[in-house]
Design a protein around this ligand. Structure first.
Ligand SMILES: Cc1cc2nc3c(=O)[nH]c(=O)nc-3n(C[C@H](O)[C@H](O)[C@H](O)COP(=O)(O)O)c2cc1C
Ligand code: SF4
Ligand code: SF4
Length: 379
């Protein structure tokens, strides 16, 4: 598989595939990552505690049986961990701290190594939350936004790790986006219910940030379900402890899917209520009452404007023909996963492969979202 099979990048970072190792404190260091995630597109190591207060809290967590990374010299530790990773993967370092200065110091080290700083706004352990760390940041959006802005000023690529269903996910997403973060890493946890896929879909429709979906990915089907809601990448934490080969297997499976279909994270259709806005690429001419009208209204488009937009995109491309299809052009046609002899007949006739059809639909989805009157990430 080639490294450019997926066109995945943000800031100065290029990912070779959309599978990531997610962080587990006291477990995911360089040696763990190199052993179990060498083929991942991204490895997140840490969480590393950067000051006395967070290291003291980590010691309390260890005393009650949890794993944590504790260090007398956090920056030396962090530097050594990044160096030890070599050049095999893109590395993100998940960090916690009670004040901003050490985060800026770590940002400069991580930037110089070409890595990503991941701010931990996720940890829910009382020892951390009570000192204003982890989940406390989700409850203090002004501080979170201020910190993201200051960290971004160092030039480092910034990811923010959050857990869904704690605060208003959309307000949180938009605040993180407008603060300048590059990546949103979402643990889509719903207490007692595994991954909340609707949250990923709703966040996808609210931001253009690179989106990493996380929670309960134990097999390729779990990963595909999250990709189909708009995740650019998925990450695995506990799954690696249960199955040491899972990262490698997911990389093989998603690479095969991308080669066969051309759009590894193609959305569900809108009709079933599960699709995100990218699914407008597969929608019909908007002539009947259905789910499309609410979606295009969200983008500030009338039915006529939407129709004009799709036809303008199709002109001169292989999506333009399709006289015998429902609406006279492939631009209105369904996803390839929906069997249709009318569409397939046109594709055969004009020599359009399935992967090329899906790649054109992907470009169409981008075109619709880029040309919307109301951008999805409007604050
Ligand atoms: C033992 C353990 C430690 C974790 N430590 C951290 C952490 O320090 N920072 C963080 O952002 N997430 C942490 N997480 C959360 C995971 O990265 C991930 O979001 C969560 O486990 C859900 O994903 P999974 O279902 O693939 O495990 C931890 C999870 C586990 C199981
Ligand atoms: S326009 Fe067609 S594909 Fe889109 S929601 Fe309506 S019926 Fe479904
Ligand atoms: S011709 Fe087939 S693929 Fe095209 S819109 Fe009709 S049902 Fe969908």
């Amino acid at each position: 598989m080639t490294d450019d099979l997926f066109d995945l990048h943000t800031g100065y970072v290029n990912f070779k595939n959309p599978i990531a190792l997610a962080t587990m404190a006291g477990i995911t260091d360089c040696s763990f990552a190199n052993k179990y995630a060498i083929r991942a597109g991204l490895v997140v190591i840490g969480s590393f505690n950067l000051d006395d207060k967070t290291n003291d809290a980590a010691l309390k967590l260890i005393a009650r049986g949890r794993n944590e990374f504790v260090s007398d010299n956090p920056f030396e530790f962090l530097k050594n961990e990044i160096e030890c990773m070599g050049n095999n993967n893109v590395v993100a370092v998940n960090v916690r701290n009670t004040v901003i200065e050490p985060l800026l110091e770590s940002a400069r080290i991580i930037r110089d190594a070409g890595g990503i700083l991941e701010l931990d706004a996720h940890c829910r352990q009382e020892e951390m939350v009570s000192i204003g760390v982890g989940e406390a940041l989700m409850h203090d959006i002004p501080r979170l936004v201020d910190w993201i802005g200051k960290i971004k000023e160092t030039g480092v690529v910034v990811s923010v790790k959050i857990r869904a269903n704690i605060v208003d996910d959309i307000a949180l997403t938009k605040a993180i986006d407008s603060a300048g973060a590059d990546i949103l890493h979402v643990d889509a946890m719903k207490e007692g219910a595994g991954a909340d896929l609707r949250v990923i879909r709703n966040i996808r429709d609210s931001t253009k940030m690179f989106l990493i979906g996380n929670n309960s990915i134990n097999c390729f089907k779990d990963a595909k379900d999250m990709f189909a809601r708009g995740a650019d990448m998925v990450s695995v934490a506990r799954g690696v402890l249960n199955d040491p080969n899972i990262i490698s297997e997911l990389v093989d499976d998603i690479s095969a899917l991308q080669q066969a279909t051309g759009w590894y994270n193609a959305p569900k259709h809108l009709c079933g209520g599960e699709g995100d806005l990218r699914a407008l690429a597969f929608c019909c001419l908007p002539v009947k009452p259905c789910a499309i009208h609410n979606k295009i209204a969200k983008l500030g488009l009338s039915a006529q404007e939407f129709a004009n937009m799709k036809m303008a995109f199709a002109r001169g491309t292989m999506l333009e023909p399709g006289e015998n299809t429902c609406f006279g052009s492939l631009v209105w046609c369904c996803k390839l996963s929906k069997p249709c002899f009318l569409r397939d007949g046109v594709m055969d006739m004009i020599g359009l492969s399935g992967a090329e059809y899906m790649r054109l639909k992907k470009n169409l989805a981008t075109y619709i979202l880029e040309n919307a009157k109301v951008p999805v990430n409007e604050p």
